[in-house]
Design a protein around this ligand. Structure first.
Ligand code: HEC
Ligand code: HEC
Length: 364
C-alpha cells in the first residue's frame, strides 16, 4: 500500500477516496532482493475512515472554533510544517501557558494501541477529548462546542453527510471525536527512503545511512528492540531515564516502579519533530544518540532501577553518531501531510499566530 501513496506525490489535491482505497488495499509484495526488513504495516486500528468523515475531520482539525477562546486549533500544536508537532520543547496551551509535555507528531497514530506519552488513551476517539476539554488547552465546554458547530450551516451539512445514521443528532461530541479520528488515521508515513531500501532498492540509502541502519540493529545500541520496523515503536511504556519529576505511565497505572516510564515513540519523521523526549529536553538527534551512548539516565543520576535493562552504555565514534543520525533522516515521508485549508467553516483565521502571550513570551 505504501507504493500506492508513493506514486502520487500530488495526492493532497487528489480525492481522499483514492487515498482511502490505497490504504485499504493489502500491502503488495516487495520488489527486489530480500533485505529481511520488509515487514508490512499491521491493519489500521479502529473504525475505517470514510471520505465524508475525513473531510469533516480535516476542517475541524484546523478550526479554532473548537477552543473556548476561538484561538487554538489542533493544528496550532500539530503543525504540518513541523512534522505535525510544534517545534517547541513543551506545548503552549490556552493563552500561551506552558504545558508539561512535548507535542508528538501525529504520523501513523492510526496504528497505535496506546496514545499520549503515558499511554493513558486507548484510542483516537477518546484521545481527542483530552486537549479539547482540558482547561489548560482548548478548554471547550462540551455543550457549547456542539451548539457552536450546529449554528454553522457548513458543519451541519458536514456532520449530516458523515453520520447519516444519527439523524438530527449528527452534530455531537461523539461524532466530532470520530471525525477527527478518521482524519488522523489517514496521516500515514510509510514510503520513506528507508521503506524503498527495505523493499529491495539498495540505492535508496546512502552508505552512511546504511551504516547507521546496521548500528541501529546492532546488539551494541539495541535501538531496534524498542524501535522495530515497520512502525519503529512498540506499544508499551518503559524507562530510559530522562531525568525529571514526571511520573509518566507509573502515575497513570498507579505503579510506583514504573514512575518515569513513557510510551516508546515512533522514529518515523523524527528528523522533523525536534526537540525530543516527553519533556523536549534533548534538542537534536545527535544529543539523543549521545544520551543513549552514556547509558541513558544513568549518566544523570537517575535510579538504575527505573531504567530498562536494554539501556546500557556503549561507545560510538563521532562518525558513527553521524551515521545513526543520517539513518534516522531516511525515515522521513511527509507525503500525507495535510494541506492547510484556505478557510474553515467558522471563518476564523487558520493557523495564524495566537495573539499576545505566545509571541511575547520568549521560548525556552
Ligand atoms: C496546546 C497544544 C495542543 C493542542 C491544541 C492539541 N494537542 Fe494533541 N498533543 C499535545 C501534547 C502536548 C500531547 C502529548 C500530551 C501527553 O502525552 O500527555 C498531544 C498528544 C496528542 C496525540 C497522541 C499522540 C501519540 O502518539 O500518543 C494525539 C493523537 C493528538 N494529540 C491529537 C490532537 C487533536 C486531534 C487535537 C485537537 C482536538 C489536539 N491534539 C490538540 C498538544 C496539543
Ligand atoms: C528500552 C527501550 C528503548 C531502546 C533500547 C531505545 N529507545 Fe529510544 N525511546 C524509548 C523511549 C521509552 C523513549 C521516550 C522516553 C521519554 O520521552 O522519556 C524513546 C525516545 C527516543 C527518541 C525521541 C523521539 C521523540 O519523538 O521525542 C529517539 C530519537 C530515540 N528514542 C531513538 C533511539 C535510538 C537511536 C536508540 C538506540 C541508540 C534507542 N532509541 C533505543 C525507548 C527505547
Amino acid at each position: 500500500m505504501h507504493l500506492e501513496i508513493a506514486e502520487r506525490p500530488g495526492y493532497r489535491r487528489r480525492s481522499v477516496a483514492a487515498l482511502l482505497i490505497a490504504l485499504l488495499l493489502p500491502a503488495g509484495a516487495a520488489a527486489g532482493p530480500a533485505t529481511g526488513l520488509d515487514h508490512p504495516f499491521p491493519p489500521l486500528r479502529g473504525e475505517a475512515p470514510t471520505v465524508e468523515r475525513v473531510a469533516l475531520g480535516r476542517a475541524l482539525f484546523f478550526d479554532p472554533i473548537l477552543s473556548r477562546d476561538r484561538d487554538l486549533s489542533c493544528a496550532h500544536c500539530h503543525q504540518p510544517g513541523h512534522g505535525l508537532a510544534d517545534g517547541l520543547p513543551r506545548a503552549r496551551g490556552r493563552g500561551g501557558r506552558a504545558l508539561r509535555r512535548n507535542t508528538p507528531g501525529l504520523y501513523n497514530v492510526g496504528y497505535k494501541a496506546r496514545l499520549f506519552w503515558d499511554g493513558r488513551a486507548p484510542d483516537l476517539e477518546s484521545q481527542v477529548l483530552g486537549p479539547l476539554l482540558s482547561p489548560d488547552e482548548m478548554a471547550a465546554d462540551p455543550v457549547q462546542v456542539v451548539e457552536r458547530l450546529r449554528a454553522i450551516p457548513a458543519y451541519r451539512d458536514g456532520f449530516a453527510r458523515a453520520f447519516p445514521e444519527a439523524g438530527d443528532d449528527a452534530v455531537s461530541l461523539d461524532s466530532l471525536a470520530r471525525a477527527l479520528a478518521a482524519f488522523e488515521r489517514i496521516l500515514v508515513s510509510q514510503d520513506s527512503r528507508y521503506d524503498r531500501y527495505a523493499a529491495g532498492d539498495r540505492s535508496a540509502l546512502s552508505e552512511s545511512e546504511r551504516r547507521g541502519l546496521t548500528l541501529l540493529r546492532s546488539l551494541n545500541t539495541r535501538c531496534f528492540e524498542c524501535h522495530p520496523p515497520p512502525t519503529f515503536d512498540v506499544p508499551h511504556a518503559t524507562g530510559i531515564g530522562v531525568p525529571g519529576d514526571d511520573d509518566g505511565a507509573g502515575g497513570v497505572e498507579g505503579i510506583a516502579e514504573r514512575r518515569g516510564f513513557f510510551q516508546v515513540p515512533s522514529l518515523r519523521n523524527v528528523a522533523r519533530t525536534a526537540p525530543y523526549m516527553h519533556d523536549g529536553s534533548l534538542k537534536t538527534l545527535d544529543e539523543v544518540v549521545r544520551f543513549y551512548a552514556r547509558g541513558g539516565g544513568r549518566a544523570h543520576g537517575v535510579d538504575p532501577a527505573r531504567i530498562d535493562d536494554q539501556i546500557r552504555p556503549f561507545s560510538l565514534r563521532d562518525s558513527e553518531v553521524a551515521d545513526l543520525v543520517a539513518f534516522l533522516g531516511s525515515l522521513t515521508d511527509e507525503s500525507a501531510s495535510p494541506s492547510v485549508p484556505d478557510s474553515v467553516p467558522s471563518g476564523l483565521p487558520v493557523l495564524e499566530r495566537r495573539p499576545a502571550t505566545r509571541t511575547s513570551e520568549s521560548q525556552p
